[in-house]
Design a protein around this ligand. Structure first.
Ligand SMILES: [Zn+2]
Length: 292
């Protein structure tokens, strides 16, 4: 613990300037007073926003009147974690450039230990290479066909991407349309009223590698913040309407890779959430008899 007791508004404890510098390094600006060593309203406001982002305080709560030992420890961990996880992957950071309308209204933020799973999706469309085109997609990461990793939300934000898995998971959308089962074009989801039906896409190596790098980065970032990732799921497991999501190609290339390489689990042959469907044998040969 960086401090033993709470510091009240007006405190000039030597720790105050440390906390101020940490807030600034995490992107919470202190435009009027900066790191002046005095615990005033500006610092408490920034500190309060930091606590909200960590799931440690509700957004509607009053501004905090003190820095507590727990809050100071969270600040310390966040600064260290940013240094550890930051260098791993080449992430295009779009978090500050859109209104975050895909965030849960009832539970907008969660603490790090609540984050335990990755959910893989296919966009079933072509969102493209422009980062701004992804701003309306309610999910943490988008992976473009050319292999860009686009971050849209903090990992501590709860996004509406995977039904009953939202609370525990970080979502990754892989751009493109893919067959539910490779080699069976009739398992490709088709939008209504297209003049000619779509043909399933391939998964470019650059895109597959970027998706794997994103999963690895998420595992590292959660660990650096005191949590632990244990699972990876296809969206299919939490929604009957997402039978082909993300499809056998993405699941075998990224989902099985994450199980074999990173030790994540899909929670087994029978696992579903809500009205979801179990992983079929066509996606994973271990699950004999599981129908598509
Ligand atoms: Zn999905």
């Amino acid at each position: 613990m960086p401090i033993q007791n709470s510091l009240q508004k007006g405190s000039q404890d030597p720790y105050v300037s440390i906390a101020q510098s940490q807030l600034i390094s995490l992107g919470y600006s202190l435009p009027r007073f900066g790191a002046d060593g005095v615990l005033g309203d500006e610092t408490l406001y920034a500190y309060g926003n930091f606590l909200v982002s960590q799931g440690l305080r509700a957004p509607a709560d009053e501004r905090p009147r003190s820095i507590t030992p727990t809050g100071a420890a969270a600040l310390e961990m966040a600064v260290q974690a940013a240094g550890q996880a930051g260098a791993t992957a080449n992430i295009i950071d779009e978090r500050a450039k859109h209104p975050h309308s895909g965030r849960s209204v009832s539970t907008p933020y969660r603490t790090w230990p609540k984050i335990t799973a990755v959910v893989l999706h296919q966009t079933a469309s072509k969102i493209g290479e422009k980062p701004a085109s992804w701003h309306g997609v309610p999910i943490h990461f988008g992976i473009t066909r050319a292999g860009k990793i686009i971050q849209l939300y903090d990992l501590t934000e709860v996004c509406n991407h995977a039904n009953g898995l939202n609370g525990r998971s970080v979502g990754i959308e892989i751009d493109g349309w893919y067959a539910g089962i490779e080699g069976r074009p009739e398992t490709l989801w088709q939008p209504k009223n297209l003049p000619t039906p779509r043909q399933p896409m391939n998964l470019p190596t650059a895109q597959a590698d970027a998706a794997k790098a994103a999963v690895q980065w998420i595992v590292n970032a959660v660990a650096a913040n005191g949590g632990r990732m244990t699972h990876i799921h296809p969206h299919r497991q939490s929604s009957k309407d997402r039978q082909s999501d993300p499809g056998s190609l993405i699941w075998q290339t990224v989902g099985l890779w994450a199980q074999n390489t990173l030790g994540l689990s899909d929670a087994g042959a029978a696992f579903t959430v809500g009205d979801g469907r179990a992983i079929p044998e066509a996606w994973d040969a271990r699950y004999t008899g599981n129908r598509y």
